[in-house]
Design a protein around this ligand. Sequence first.
Ligand code: TYD
Ligand code: MG
Length: 457
Amino acid sequence: MAGKSASYRCTGCGHSALTWTGQCAGCGAWNTLEQASAPPARSGNRGRARAGSAPKPVPLRDVKAERSKRLGTGIAELDRVLGGGLVPGSLVLLGGAPGIGKSTLAGMALANIAEAGHDVLYVSGEESAAQVRRRAERLGEAALSVPMLAEPSLESVLAALEAERPSACVIDSVQTLAVPDMAPGSVGAIREATSALLETAKRLDVTLILIGHVTKEGSLAGPRALEHLVDCVLHFEGERERTFRTVRALKNRFGATSEVGVFEMKQGGLVEVVDPSARFVGEARPAPGSVVLCAMEGTRPLLVEVQALVAPTEIVPPRRTATGVDRNRLALVLAVLTRHAGISLAAADVFVNVAGGVRIDEPGADLAIAMAVASAHSGRALETDGKPLACFGEIGLTGEIRYVSHADRRVAEARKFGLGKVLGPPGGDQAIPGLAPVSSVKAAVSGGRRTDLKRVA
Ligand code: TYD
Ligand code: MG
């Protein structure tokens, strides 16, 4: 018996309780508490080490830190997001909605790693061996040589890792691993499985890629129970109807979290989009409500088209829909437009969309949102020499345009695509050729002329 320590445990979330209750205080599920069969033996007397047995701290300079060689996945966009490939012995969580291409990406990476001469293993609890084979057939010859195991039990996966000792192993997916005495797919089971895999992988120096489904709310594996356990959390996203997919790191112990890899789903698997700007603004034409945003995704400048639609409505409160940009930033930009640029949108629905199905997550998008909305509102296309207007910059609460990093690289990218004039924040040390500085939202939307935008009372 567990004695004084918690003796009931939720089979759903792993929450421990001293007494039995009908509803779990941890996850709110009913009738999931079960008597714990064994006392939790792990923590021991941690934190109460007796005097005399205290370990001696070591100066960091004397700590051994060998720089291990990275394991390249052969997919440049993925390696860049990882910070230069997989770190041997690390644990990577690859999350994304069903059907986005997680198994495809992981399968391609394993095939490349195997081709480079390393041992690999693909564990599928999700699909049958035949289904995995059919996917591999589409991916090519190398994918067919990846050893696979259709094995949904945690114990046998651990045994297989011990026996095979691969350099890299994919678990597809962590939610489908069966853990003894736990409801399959429950947070408790996922956590248990991940800790066990983590221990084995670190000991055997196996690089593990865990695939996890995101829930409707967008979090990985229900509550973000796994994120602190793993070294790297990658999120695979994009709209299923569109072909573009992006991979970004939400957490990375071995690299930056700002990098984004762009892919396109094609017949033969995922294809890297090496020049995403060309894809995203290739279709952009000057039209009311359309501007080009010069964004930065990590170390790479990226041009995307931001579109807005402003339509009169009787609905109270009016609709504000943002796809690809943060809803809160849209609310802020609309408030600034109303307060500082005299554009009232109280009786209008506002839709803002980043074309191509990409998501832009940086403050530099503010000005593009403002310009697109102002242009949609006035019905006047913003163009320079027959090309759509390009812009970037953060908007402050007083209506000022604020500095954002890498102004020169943003402008250079726009010029590469023949977008001659770029509206952006003033400041910086020297004038950037092609940059037209604007200091306030009001000046930006009035194009310096002040007369164009009608005021709506
Ligand atoms: P999949 O990797 O199975 O997604 P996930 O593991 O995230 O659920 O693949 C998703 C979709 O991609 C699937 O609907 C089929 C499509 N697909 C292609 O278009 N081309 C291909 O070469 C492959 C392998 C898949
Ligand atoms: Mg899958």
